[in-house]
Design a binder for this molecule. Structure first.
Ligand code: G6P
Length: 368
């Protein structure tokens, strides 16, 4: 059954490896006359076209999905998006219009804070749409529409395959909205869809490079803390990479948008301090390279996540977690995070931690 290890040493390893199939399942039969078929939204084309504001609400790893989703929805569908931690939104007044859509992202569909937020937004007259991994969960039952990410049961307490699958699910939602409100035509939607279809093979390639993460994990042996840096959508990859490391290895980690390092975290740097910099081939690449130079100048150890063929990074950094070229900048987080999931797992194992059941954490937090 899905709840057995099937030859893997732990569920974290198994679920990292299941990411390509999960995304393949999710994309299956999605392309159609509406660009992206998403009847589960239970909204007419007119209703979709009239959405003028979106609240993305979640907790934990699912909140990081929201940050990536915001970038895509704003750029592709040109709809303003507010991202909120459910536990924060619940104690303030949301700015709801007559055509605000609320999307909750929740792997389990049972997180109390997220459910409370959804009920509240519904009470304010919003349509609530759930992106969840669990069939018939409370989030699914109480929402106006539900998109099942179909990643299969996630057993490991820390989320891996649900994270990447939820990002793909939100990309589909962004494309559906963009076609509905006329910001994109069918040809453009199809082009983006083809890029999503490239994700499983790219993730498989990263998984085959896990030896790079195993090697890099040695650099954390005597560390007490680590800093993760990234720009644009990959500032989120930094947040999620730091969260994974904290959750499974109990090593303190914090994440910053790379350009903000000079406003504080740079004070932490000293010889041997591990800094993980996500620096793929994108429009902010050179800016992040400057940050890496600052890191190295202070004797800190830089572990880069970079794109194959990046000579600059190869010269600058001794430790590189290489990713293959990704056809679209917004989709890099889906590929890059796989290295950081594997890195966190190797660091945890070296420190003798139980990666599937970290102390103090629950798979689903059903209290507020
Ligand atoms: C817990 C889990 C996290 C998860 C968060 C939100 O804290 O340990 O891995 O990201 O809840 O869970 P949800 O099921 O709502 O996505």
């Amino acid at each position: 059954s899905a709840a057995t290890l099937g030859g893997y040493p732990d569920f974290m390893a198994k679920e990292i490896n299941e990411q390509p199939e999960a995304i393949e399942r999710l994309l299956h039969d999605r392309l159609g006359e509406h660009g992206i078929e998403m009847d589960e939204l239970n909204m007419t084309a007119e209703e979709l076209a009239s959405v003028d504001r979106i609240y993305l609400v979640a907790c934990g790893t699912s909140y990081h999905v929201c940050l990536i989703a915001r970038a895509m929805i704003e750029d592709w569908a040109k709809i303003p998006v507010f991202c909120e931690y459910a536990s924060e939104l619940n104690y303030k007044e949301p700015l709801v219009t007559d055509h605000t859509l609320c999307v909750i992202v929740t792997q389990s569909g049972e997180t109390a804070d997220t459910l409370t937020a959804a009920r509240r937004m519904k009470g304010l007259g919003c349509k609530v749409f759930a992106v969840t991994n669990v069939l018939g969960s409370t989030a699914a039952r109480e929402s106006d529409g539900t998109l099942y990410v179909q990643a299969g049961p996630e057993i490991c307490v820390c989320s891996t395959k649900a994270y990447t699958a939820q990002m793909v699910a939100c990309s589909l939602l962004a494309l559906r909205l963009a076609l509905a409100n006329g910001q994109m035509d069918q040809t453009e939607v199809e082009r983006h869809f083809r890029n999503l279809q490239a994700m499983p093979a790219l993730i498989r390639e990263v998984i085959s490079r896990r030896w790079q993460d195993q090697e890099a994990s040695r650099l954390f042996r005597s560390a007490h803390s680590a800093l993760f840096l990234g720009r644009g959508v990959n500032s989120t990859t930094a947040y999620e990479g730091a969260l994974k490391l904290k959750e499974v290895s109990y090593l303190h980690a914090e994440a910053y948008p790379a350009g903000e390092m000079k406003h504080g975290p740079i004070a932490l740097l000293e010889p041997g301090f591990p800094v993980v910099a996500i620096v793929p081939a994108d429009h902010v690449h050179d800016k992040t390279v400057s940050n890496i130079q600052e890191v190295i100048a202070r004797g800190a150890t830089c572990i880069a996540v970079a794109t194959d063929g990046d000579e600059k990074i190869a010269k600058l950094c001794d430790n590189v977690l290489w990713i293959p070229p990704v056809p679209e900048e917004y989709l890099v987080p889906i590929v890059a995070i796989v290295h950081l999931q594997m890195l966190a797992r190797y660091v945890a194992i070296a420190r003798g931690c139980d990666v599937d059941k970290p102390r103090n954490l629950a798979k689903s937090v059903t209290v507020e």
